[in-house]
Every structure is written in C-alpha cells, then in structure tokens.
Design a protein around this ligand. Structure first.
Ligand code: SF4
Ligand code: SF4
Length: 506
C-alpha cells in the first residue's frame, strides 16, 4: 500500500502537518483546534448542511465549510478570524431561530453543541422578531429514545445512522421550509438493536434517552474507561457513575454507559443490550459471605477460606478429584481465569470443569457488533488451554450421585437445566455459589460468596478476536464482595496451609 503523502498548511497562523487530502476539520482536530460543527461525523459523512464549520481560506472569495475542504500544500485556513467567527455566529443564529429555550429542563444541558458554541461564537443580540415555530415536544420514538422535534436542528446525523449503519430506516426529515421536521417514518418505531446510538449522535437535546432523562445532571457524573461485558465483542465503553448525589439517580450508582471510540473493536457504537445492561448492576446483589447449610451464619473471608478448604480437603480425600465439579462463567477476567487455573487445575488437578457458553450464555448475533456468546471472556480460558465438559454429562453424573462437591461461579444453573436444577443441586454434600448476583437458586447452596461486578474491580478481557483490553474500577464493591481471583487465591492459600501443617505433622 502506498505511504500517504504529508503536506504542510497554515491553520490560524500556525504551520501544521497533515496527510494530503485529509479533511481540514479533522486535521485541525488532530492539531488541537476544534472547529464548531453539527452535521459532520467521521463515521457518517459530511453533508455540509449545518454550515457551522465555516472557515476563512486565503484567496477564496467567501468562507468555506471545513468538513468538505481537503488539506493541500500551502493552504492557509483561519477558523478564528473575525470573518470566520462572524460566519459561524450567523450559522448558529439560524439554528437558534426556532430552537426552544428549554436549557434549564433539557437533559442535553451541559453537553449540548448549541450551548457550547453559543458561548464561544454566539451572536448575543438576537435579531429574531417573530415567534418560534412550535412542533411536537414528546414523541416516543422507540423503547429507548424520546424525540423533541422543536429542539432538532435537522443535521441528519440520526437519519444517516439508521439509513447507513443499521439500515433500518426508521427516521426521516419530512416537510419543507419552516415546517421541516424530524419524524418517524410511516408505521415505523425506532426499536433496532442499536437505537441508543442516535442519542449520542444528536448534537442537541432533540433525541434523549428515556431511561436517563431527568435522572441526574451530567456535570455530577464521573467517567471511567471500561469494557462492555455483554458479549464476546468487548466494546470500549465509558461508565458514568452518580455517587456525588445518589438521590438524583434513585440510588442507582451507574447512571449510563456510553460508547468509547475504538477503531479496532466497536468504532463509535455499542448495542442497546450492552448499553442498558447497567440497570441490573445494583439489583439482587450479594454482599455477605454466608454459610447457609447445615446452619446459617455470616462468616469472615478468613473463616470461610479455612472452613471451605477443610471441607474440600476432606471431600478430596474421601471422594477424589473426579467427584468435585466446577461450573464457571465466561464473565471471568483474564486475572480470574489465571487464578482459577492455579487453584482448580494446577493445585487440585480437577478433571471436571464446565464453562461452555451453551445454553444459558448465548443470544443473538449480527453483522455489526453483537456476538452470540453473551459473556466477554471465554477466549481467555481457551488461551490458558482450559477445556470444559458438557452440562448434560454433568447433570447425568449429579443425578447418579457421582459428584460430592459442586462449585458454581457466576452461572444460573436454572437457565442451564431448567426445573431440574434445584433437584440436582440438592445431590452433592458440598455446594458453593460465587457471584455478584443472588440469582434464582442462590439460596440452594451450602455456601454463598459475594464477588465484585466488573465496575467494582479492574482487570482484562480477551475478546473473540484475541484482543486483550483493560477495564478500570469505577465503584467500590458492595459489602464484603471481592474479585473472583482474590476468592480463589484465599482458598488456595488456606488449602496450602492445611497441606503444610499435614506435612509438618507427618
Ligand atoms: S434529532 Fe438530533 S441528530 Fe437527528 S437531525 Fe435532529 S439534531 Fe440531528
Ligand atoms: S456488542 Fe456486545 S460488547 Fe458491544 S455493547 Fe453490545 S453487548 Fe456489549
């Protein structure tokens, strides 16, 4: 492939180097200069309809739109000259002619292109003498998106998204002149699998998130880089947490998930399944280390580790490693899988490991992002050389009484075995359930161990293509919850302690 040629051009009096043919708006951004714009989006093209990105070009008779102007040697561009600023202010004034003064109640407030550019290039003395055009303020566009037609500035980003990216064509611009408006296409509902992206794309408050709107002001949110655990794609996301004023978000700590640009994995988008997965993060959580059978008692991690290690040691001595089964989830991180292997394979040499995604951790796949495996990290188990057995075979062995111990990590066995699960779980003498969530059968085990959710720990996932990506801790764990790797490490250390004491006594 030919190496792209680089040229130098003048930007606001500075000499800047860029790839020949790159759009001026992008080259300026690379050089740290933000040129105001609404309609241009790097993944959706440059229709040039909003006219906000106008710049002054030496030798040109009138301002040019920088999203349709290519960089060439010797080009002399100014985005900050009086002529450029005047042109941008005029374009903004036109966008505001019919835009309602909703800012105090608008969810886009604080991250709105109209507000931001008004502060930098606005024309503060309005020349408008006529009433604004009124349109529908509350159109339920789909299950996740609310449309306020008055706020729309007709940039067409959302229509290009449903036409070019999802190809589902739910939205269009209808009418002419001052009656032009964004609306649903006849008989359509905005309910495609990626519909939430239009909220991110909309530069103003015309398309808002029905779940997020009116919950919390954006300036109270903290943002942490993370990876979506919703499927094997592993999209880059930003976790927006609301801990400064938890009452604003009904006590829910995660307020929303937003896509984080990653050219190699998800581009600018995420799917709705992943986007709204945060809603259950604070529900049905485990926070206590509990022994439920034979007697119910809350334990410290140290007491739990010693007790469990003792029972494992006794069970292994009496029933052998082939009678102890471990069912794990593809939700484990790379670090968890390494500790899993150290405990169950290297130390205990268990032949019975079960972690295939089928049948409870699979779902729909499509050509855009979504993968069939609805867990982020089965690939890491594969990379460690771990092999999992079939859940049907495990059920048969449980029913036949061949299993004396079962340790289940972040799996809901009722979704694997249906109504038979409770009966099968009653068979082994030792059962351990480890998960952030209680699950339908959380009460059926002898021990219940609280694990952290991905937003409460840091680690890495390996996606279906083998790409290793880091996620960061956004929140404190709930109660006594610890990362899975730490739990495996505690039990491994307690087992090692027993072994050393036995060795010393022999
Ligand atoms: S709703 Fe938003 S993204 Fe869609 S055309 Fe209007 S301003 Fe643009
Ligand atoms: S495609 Fe998968 S990883 Fe990406 S947002 Fe959706 S569920 Fe999450």
């Amino acid at each position: 492939m030919a190496t792209p040629r680089h040229v130098t051009f003048q930007l606001n009096g500075r000499t800047v180097e860029a790839e020949e043919g790159r759009l001026v708006i992008d080259a300026a951004k690379d050089a740290g200069v933000e040129i105001p714009h609404y309609c241009y989006h790097p993944a959706l093209g440059n229709p040039g309809n909003c006219r906000m990105c106008v710049v002054e070009v030496a030798g040109a008779p009138k301002p040019q739109v920088s999203c349709r102007l290519a960089v060439r040697e010797g080009l002399d561009v100014r985005s900050d000259s009086p002529a450029a600023k005047r042109a941008q202010a005029s374009a903004l004034e036109l966008h505001l002619v019919n835009h309602p003064l909703d800012c105090p109640v608008c969810d886009q407030s604080g991250e709105c292109g109209l507000q931001d550019y008004y502060m930098t290039v606005g024309r503060y003395q309005s020349q408008a003498r006529e009433d604004k055009e009124h349109k529908s303020k509350r159109v339920e566009a789909g299950p996740h998106v609310m449309l306020d037609q008055e706020r729309c500035i007709l940039c067409t980003r959302c229509t290009r998204f449903v036409d070019d990216v999802t190809k589902t064509h739910e939205l269009g611009i209808f009418g002419r002149g001052h009656e032009e408006r964004l609306d649903l296409a006849p008989d359509k509902v905005l309910d495609n699998a990626y519909s939430g992206n239009v909220v991110d794309l909309c530069p103003v408050g015309a398309l808002t998130d029905r779940d997020f709107r009116y919950k919390v002001r954006v300036w109270y949110l903290d943002k942490t880089d993370s990876i979506c655990p919703g499927c094997a794609r592993g999209c880059s996301i930003s976790v927006h947490t609301s801990t400064k004023r938890p009452w604003h978000n009904g006590g829910r700590r995660v307020a929303r998930l937003k896509p984080r640009y990653n050219a190699a994995v998800n581009g600018h988008w995420i799917c709705d399944e992943g986007r709204y997965s945060y809603k259950s993060l604070d529900e049905n959580r485990l926070g206590k280390v509990l022994r439920l059978r034979p007697s119910r008692e809350e334990l410290s991690w140290e007491v739990l580790a010693a007790e469990l290690a003792g029972r494992l040691r006794g069970g292994l001595a009496a029933g052998g490693p082939e009678g102890l089964a471990v069912a794990a989830s593809g939700a484990l991180s790379n670090e968890d899988w390494a500790a899993f292997k150290a405990l169950f394979v290297d130390a205990l040499k268990l032949p019975r490991l079960y972690f295939a995604a089928d049948p409870d951790q699979v779902g729909e796949q499509d050509e855009l992002l979504r993968r069939r495996e609805k867990v982020p990290n089965l690939k890491a188990a594969e990379a460690l050389g771990l092999r999992g057995g079939s859940f049907d075979a495990l059920a048969a062995d449980l029913a036949a009484g061949k299993i004396w111990g079962l340790w289940v990590i972040e799996r809901d066995l009722d979704r694997v075995w249906g109504r038979r699960a409770a009966e099968l779980l009653a068979k082994p003498e030792l059962t351990v359930y480890q998960s952030p969530f209680k699950g339908a059968l959380g009460d059926a085990y002898a021990y219940r161990l609280p694990a952290t959710a991905y937003v409460e720990e840091e680690g890495h996932f390996t996606n279906f293509e083998g790409r290793v990506q880091a996620y960061r801790r956004a929140l404190d764990p709930i109660g006594a919850a610890r990362p899975d790797a730490a739990i495996f490490g505690l039990v491994a250390a307690a087992l090692e302690g027993i072994r050393s004491r036995e060795g010393a006594a022999a």
